[in-house]
Write a protein that binds this ligand. Structure first.
Ligand SMILES: O=c1ccn([C@@H]2O[C@H](COP(=O)(O)O)[C@@H](O)[C@H]2O)c(=O)[nH]1
Length: 270
């Protein structure tokens, strides 16, 4: 079954919230944990225990695991496996993108279910040209996986690149969304090729009806609100507001993190 189909079902069953697992050193400290691999493991697996049984999508941020080298990546492998086992879809946030032949290796690493980091979907960067992502698109189709392609990111520096107008008169973001619209054509009920559009961007004239899901980071700690989501994403096929720190700072209590995820899902559904 395609990622779009599986995501559509998960959103209906569990709600739209995407829960980020971002083991910031400041959060490890707030939880009373040491800033080392043991602390990382306790933090990340506690977050998975709290959130993966109740949210549709868990999004581990690879950077916070990579900073501990191979032992940190081994913890990330457990996070991916345990979140899947608890019934969540796993979106690995690695924002990869390179020349095609290297993208093929990244795609195998993150989208092949037989790989130790094999996930349901992955974030990718289109800024080497959208065609450089073809190996990711092929792997996603082969394995029933999904992609979330950077389009209008939540950071204030994004427009310098993403709002630039290219030779055909489209913005860079508009060009990315156009490619996604083509990839998602004729997919029912939801395409597997999503876009990253921050909840913090204020306003956009881009057409967000491209047939696939929008990952909306910036909800919560970066200032994005439910009102922003309603205003920005009315035309989108599906929206996954993503929150990491805002939920994780409720820890280390499993009950408190889970209650916050339920509260946000209720608010988002209302
Ligand atoms: O445009 C983007 C793309 C990705 N992110 C990632 O989402 C989370 C946000 O964490 P919060 O604690 O909820 O702010 C983080 O992993 C970012 O790398 C983003 O923020 N904006």
């Amino acid at each position: 079954m395609s990622f779009g189909h599986r995501l559509h079902t998960a959103l209906a069953e569990r709600g739209p919230l995407c829960a980020g697992v971002d083991p910031h050193s400041a959060l490890l400290q707030e939880w009373g944990l040491s800033d080392d691999v043991a602390g990382l493991e306790r933090f990340a697996l506690t977050a998975v225990e709290a959130l993966a049984p109740v949210v549709s999508v868990v999004k581990p941020q690879s950077a916070f695991f990579e900073r501990f080298g191979s032992r940190g990546v081994a913890v990330l492998e457990r996070v991916v496996a345990e979140a899947k086992a608890a019934g969540a879809l796993v979106l690995l946030d690695v924002k990869r993108g390179d020349i095609g032949s290297t993208s093929a290796a990244y795609a195998d690493a993150y989208l092949d279910p037989a790989s130790p980091l094999g996930s349901d979907a992955v974030t990718v960067s289109p800024f080497l040209g959208f065609g450089s992502l073809d190996p990711f698109v092929d792997a996603a189709r082969r394995h029933g996986g999904g992609l979330f392609v950077l389009a209008l990111t939540s950071n204030k520096e994004g427009p310098e690149v993403q709002a630039a107008v290219s030779a055909d008169g489209d913005t860079v973001a508009g060009t990315v969304l156009g490619h996604l619209r083509r990839l998602n054509a004729d997919t029912d009920p939801l395409g597997s090729f999503g876009a990253v559009v921050g909840a913090t961007i204020g306003a956009t004239e881009e057409d967000l009806a491209f047939g696939g899901p929008v990952l909306a980071p910036g909800f919560g700690a970066q200032g994005g609100t439910v009102a922003d989501l309603r205003r920005l994403f009315g035309s989108a096929a599906a929206v996954l507001p993503s929150s990491s720190r805002e939920v994780l700072r409720r820890g280390p209590s499993v009950e408190a993190m889970r209650a916050e995820a339920h509260r946000l899902n209720d608010e988002l559904r209302a």
